[in-house]
Design a protein around this ligand. Structure first.
Ligand code: CP
Length: 318
């Protein structure tokens, strides 16, 4: 494997000072971050130390909702670039003495944070923190709204197989309504030129006035037809009202992703899933574990490289 030069930054530099939504990034910035992620993936594949471009910078990971992939890959990403990384143990923090999320974040920022990665379900919290804190705020997952770094790593993973997302058909399948990944993926993939579809029960689709440019299919037969990529989504039971749960009855029999149902997609189509997955609920374990059809562990691998790229790009500019 040969070493490559890093991609050239945009001519005007990186102007984004936060990453709360994919829409905080220009098309040029997105292209640069995807290229930079591929560059960092090369270091990881070669087991080679990456440039210590964040030495002396402080990164705080503040996750008010549970996480395995996002929290730990941001942790690894920051350390690989030389940052001092702090993971806040929220379950043992003063939040449980009644301290507000904003007071907690301001307290941590006062310890000298250069960047704070925040996961929380409270709507508008990330925007408020961006206004209040003198550091870069990165969204590590915002309720059912946005998960921009997941979308970026998904795009990097797809590019590793198809070079480009342009003209690909990508079916995002499952509990679309409650999925922050579905929203960020749809926004990003559309900007990158893909044809995106939402597939799932009508009761788990977004409101009709949202994502009006995205095709909706309520059968797997229509939704997977001609798809290059099928992105399975977890049933987000914790975000559902009791009425929504009716739409999940018999879900696996109707919408479960299996080797058999993948025959409706293009030959050679890949299945993806942001995780955590529930085997036997939205996806069959045999399909998830099939390296010829599943990119799920590649998504995890590219998660580290993509978050290295995001930290480098945003902190390099800050
Ligand atoms: N995909 C994702 O956000 O996973 P975690 O909840 O484990 O971070």
């Amino acid at each position: 494997m040969t070493k490559c030069s890093p991609p050239s930054p945009p001519a005007d530099g990186i102007t984004a000072r936060r990453l709360i939504s994919i829409d905080d990034l220009s098309d040029v910035e997105i292209g640069y971050i995807l290229d930079l992620a591929e560059h960092y993936a090369g270091f990881l594949k070669r087991s080679e130390p990456a440039p210590q471009c964040l030495a002396g910078r402080t990164q705080i990971n503040l996750f008010f909702e549970d996480s395995t992939r996002t929290n730990l890959s941001f942790d690894l990403a920051g350390r690989k670039l030389g940052a001092d990384v702090v993971n806040v143990p929220v379950s043992a923090s003063s939040v449980h003495k009644g301290e507000s999320l904003i007071d907690t974040a301001q307290t941590l920022a006062a310890m000298g944070a250069d960047v704070m990665i925040v996961r929380a379900k409270e709507q508008g919290l990330h925007e408020r923190l961006d206004q209040l804190l003198d550091c870069v705020v990165i969204n590590g997952g915002a309720g059912a709204l946005e998960h921009p770094t997941q979308a970026l790593l998904d795009a990097v993973t797809i590019r590793s197989k198809f070079k480009t997302l342009r003209a690909l058909t990508i079916a995002i399948c499952g509990d679309v309504q409650h999925s922050r990944v579905a929203g960020s993926d749809a926004r990003l993939f559309t900007r990158l030129g893909a044809n995106v579809r939402f597939v799932g029960p009508a009761g788990l689709m977004p409101e009709s006035n949202q994502f009006t440019d995205i095709e909706r299919c309520t059968t797997l037969k229509d939704g997977l037809a001609g798809a290059d990529i099928v992105m399975g989504l977890r049933m987000q039971f914790e975000r559902m009202q009791s009425g929504d749960k009716d739409a999940t009855q018999g879900y696996f029999e109707t919408f479960g992703l299996t080797h058999e149902t993948m025959k409706r997609a293009k030959p050679g189509a890949f299945v993806m899933h942001p995780g955590p997955m529930n085997r036997g609920v939205e996806i069959d374990g045999a399909l998830a574990d099939d390296p010829a059809r599943s990119l799920i562990l590649q998504q995890v691998f590219y998660g580290v490289a993509t978050r290295m790229a995001v930290l480098d790009a945003l902190l390099g500019a800050a």
